[in-house]
Design a binder for this molecule. Structure first.
Ligand code: AMP
Ligand code: ZN
Ligand code: FE
Ligand code: FE
Length: 292
C-alpha cells in the first residue's frame, strides 16, 4: 500500500484538475491519496468520482492557513463535515483575504517596475477557488519576468521579499478546535518547513490537548535530521505520523506524487481517530473512498 496524504489540484494552486490528479496518482502506483487544497473543499466531489473510476483510495481533506505566535502554520484537516458552519465561516474569511491580497501584490510588483495586472493573475487562477502567490508567480512566468515559480518566490513573493504581502489566517488553536468539532482530524503540515516557526515538543503536546492528532513528518521541506527528531517527538506523544509529497503538479519541483508516503498502520490510526471524532461531533462526515 502506497499512501500520499497531501496533494493540491487546480482548485487551489496545483496544476492538475482533481480528475487529472487522481489518475496521475494511479499511474504513479499510489493506492491512496489525500486531496488537500488550500482552504477549500471544492475539489472533493470530482476527486471522489475519479478515485472510484481509477480504483484508488481517496481521503478528502484541506490545508488550512493558520497562525501561531505570529507565524504561519499550515494545518491539514481530514474528513471534516464540509458544511459545518464555523468551518465555512473561517474558510470564507481566508478566501476573502486571499482575493484581496492579489491586488496588493500586483501594486507592489508594479512599483518595482514590473508590468503585470490583476487580470493577468486572474487568468492564471481561473479554475481556482483559492488564489495564492503561485498564481501571481505563474503570471510573472507567462509575462516573461521570471523563468519559473521558484524564481518568482526567491525574487519577489517569498518571505521577506518585496512583493510578499500578509493576508488573513485563522488562529491555529481555534482551527484545530473547528476541524475537530466538524468531526474531522487535524494534522500539522510540514511542522518545521520553510514557512513555519519551530514548534517545540511542548507546543505539540499543548496542541494535542485541544485535539491535534498527527504530524506530517516526512515532507520535502524537512532534512533527514528534522524527520528523525520529529518522528521521535510524535512517537513520544503518541501522535500519528504522516508522510506525503505536497504535490502541486508542474508548479513545484521535487514534490512528485509518492515522493514521501504514509505507513498503512498510521493511516489506520488516522481513520480511527476520524471515526471517533465524527461520533463525538455528531456531524455527518465523509467516508474515505476505499481503493478497489
Ligand atoms: P500562499 O498560499 O499564497 O501563501 O502561497 C503559499 C504556497 O506557495 C505554498 O503552499 C506553496 O504551494 C507555494 N510555494 C511556496 N514557495 C514556493 C516555491 N519556491 N516554488 C513554488 N511554489 C512555492
Ligand atoms: Zn500550495
Ligand atoms: Fe503547506
Ligand atoms: Fe500543501
Amino acid at each position: 500500500m502506497r499512501i500520499d496524504l497531501h496533494t493540491h489540484s487546480r482548485v487551489s494552486d496545483g496544476t492538475d484538475t482533481p480528475t487529472e490528479l487522481v489518475h496521475a496518482a494511479a499511474r504513479a502506483g499510489l493506492d491512496v491519496i489525500g486531496l488537500t487544497d488550500h482552504d477549500t473543499t471544492d475539489g472533493w466531489a470530482e476527486a471522489a468520482v475519479a478515485a472510484a473510476e481509477a480504483g484508488i483510495g481517496l481521503v478528502q481533506g484541506l490545508e488550512l492557513s493558520t497562525r501561531y505566535d505570529g507565524h504561519g502554520v499550515h494545518l491539514l484537516g481530514y474528513l471534516p463535515d464540509p458544511t459545518y458552519p464555523p468551518l465555512l465561516d473561517e474558510l470564507g474569511r481566508i478566501l476573502e483575504g486571499r482575493d484581496g491580497r492579489v491586488e496588493r501584490m500586483v501594486h507592489r510588483l508594479n512599483s518595482l517596475g514590473l508590468a503585470i495586472t490583476v487580470e493577468d493573475v486572474r487568468a492564471e487562477s481561473a479554475d481556482a477557488v483559492s488564489t495564492g502567490r503561485p498564481h501571481v508567480a505563474d503570471a510573472l512566468v507567462r509575462l516573461g519576468h521570471v523563468l519559473d515559480r521558484d524564481e518568482a518566490f526567491s525574487r519577489y513573493l517569498g518571505w521577506g521579499k518585496p512583493a510578499n504581502v500578509h493576508r488573513y489566517a485563522s488562529d491555529l488553536v481555534e482551527m484545530i478546535r473547528v476541524v475537530t468539532a466538524a468531526g474531522g482530524v487535524a494534522v500539522i503540515a510540514h511542522p518545521w518547513g520553510r514557512s513555519s516557526t519551530r514548534l517545540t515538543e511542548a507546543d505539540f503536546a499543548a496542541l494535542q490537548e485541544i485535539g491535534l492528532v498527527g504530524l506530517e513528518v516526512d515532507h520535502q521541506d524537512h532534512t533527514p535530521s528534522m524527520r528523525q527528531e520529529l518522528r521521535a517527538i510524535a512517537l513520544n506523544l503518541g501522535l500519528v505520523i504522516t508522510g506525503s509529497s505536497d504535490h502541486h503538479g508542474l508548479g513545484k519541483k521535487g514534490h512528485d506524487l509518492g515522493v514521501n508516503t504514509t505507513d498503512p498502520s498510521e493511516l489506520d490510526r488516522l481513520l480511527a481517530a476520524a471515526a471517533a471524532s465524527a461520533v463525538a461531533s455528531g456531524r455527518r462526515t465523509p467516508e474515505m473512498v476505499r481503493p478497489a
